[in-house]
Write a protein that binds this ligand. Structure first.
Ligand code: SF4
Length: 366
């Protein structure tokens, strides 16, 4: 891999910054970074401050914790109250508010909830606790879903019968379609998620050009990657030639990771699913196929879920669609804080509101 000296990086950054300003001219341009990792990287590198006032970056629905609806949290919380159940999950799900509680509160009250670094750890827990049902909270996009699928295949191979998955996996392209169809959302170009694209490649995004003529660039996560991707988008807009480009070829090959995708679709199939604040989107989630339904928590372990409701005043839906800046939510930084999140966007480090709260500065601080 080519490495650049600090001087070369600065020169390249200066070039992209100047070209973005020149090509944008007086035109007002609104770009969306779809992925939460981009949101944080953009803040950390101070990229907004390098852009002219008329080139705006808004965040999209690319933080998996943020888009997981109350219904899912309430179901997980209901399962955690069952003394026969051990919940396994990544740590950032603990603080996400359900209708009336969080998994962290249930854990403090004695529920057996274990934090994992990999879903595979669930299988060891299941083997060590044969009299309990182990339920893995499978939340995430195409990046993490293949590993959840592989875990199910390994459980089958090992003959483990007390391991289950509560799936809330989501697919990025169908959400982008709905976003671009929405009358309220104005997006002139998309910075597409590098990690998701490393799995699915670029083909699933072709509709962005074919149906919407929306410029799109698969972007890496280094500051220079992001600046270059913004430059590529602004250049397309300036020239009036919308294209699907891949700035992150070194990690995201055009065809993605075909082995991982085969594993994923061996176990899962596309299903309709609810996105927090956005609603039920056709074919935007992953449900376990009939052949592996014995690993589906909802099918096999009955549970009564409390009545669900969204949190009054929370504007996560609009924030996730890029139609409202987090700072415009009346609860931002007041009753909604990372220590006491009201909505899911304030929970994960990659949550849009959490990132704006932690890194927002100057003209971006509301
Ligand atoms: S600041 Fe809090 S309440 Fe407002 S949209 Fe963000 S997460 Fe929801």
């Amino acid at each position: 891999m080519l490495t650049m000296t600090d001087e070369q990086i600065k020169k390249a950054a200066d070039f992209f910054t100047q070209e973005i300003a020149r090509l944008a001219g007086q035109r007002s341009i609104r770009l969306m970074e779809v992925c939460g990792t981009h949101t944080v990287a953009i803040f950390k590198a101070g990229i907004r401050q390098l852009l002219p006032e008329n080139v705006e970056l808004v965040s999209g629905p690319g933080c998996p914790v943020c888009v997981t609806p109350n219904e899912y949290l309430d179901t997980a919380i209901a399962y955690s109250k069952d003394p026969q159940v051990i919940i396994t999950t990544f740590g950032d799900m603990l603080k996400v508010p359900g209708s009336s509680s969080t998994l962290a509160q249930q854990k403090a009250a004695g529920a057996d909830i274990r934090i994992l670094y990999s879903p595979l750890e669930s299988l060891e827990i299941a083997k060590e606790n044969p009299d309990k049902n182990v339920i893995f909270l499978a939340v995430g996009f195409e990046t993490t879903a293949p590993l959840a699928a592989a875990t199910i295949l390994m459980a089958e191979k090992a003959g483990i019968t007390n391991f289950y998955v509560l799936s809330a996996h989501k697919l990025v392209p169908p959400a982008l379609r709905v976003l671009l169809m929405s009358e309220n959302s104005r997006v002139d170009g998309l910075l597409l998620p590098g990690h998701v694209s490393s799995m699915i490649g670029v083909k699933p995004y072709e509709f962005l050009i074919d149906e919407f003529s929306t410029p799109a660039v698969v972007a890496g996560f280094d500051p220079l990657d992001i600046l270059q991707s913004i430059y590529m988008l602004v250049k397309q807009i300036h020239e009036g030639t919308p294209q699907l480009e891949n700035q992150y070829r070194r990690i995201a090959p055009p065809r993605g990771n075909e082995v991982a995708c085969r594993t994923l679709y061996k176990v899962y199939q596309a299903v309709d699913t609810v996105w927090r604040g956005i609603g039920n989107l056709e074919g935007s989630g992953l449900g376990i196929r009939e052949e592996y339904r014995s690993f589906d928590a909802k099918t096999n372990i009955p549970v009564t879920v409390e009545v669900m409701k969204e949190h009054a005043g929370c504007q996560c839906g609009q924030v996730l669609c890029g139609t409202l800046l987090p700072t415009a939510c009346p609860l931002f930084g007041k009753t909604c804080l990372p220590e006491h999140p009201v909505g899911s966007c304030m929970v994960s480090v990659e949550g849009t509101c959490a990132a704006w709260y932690k890194y927002g500065a100057g003209r971006w601080q509301g």
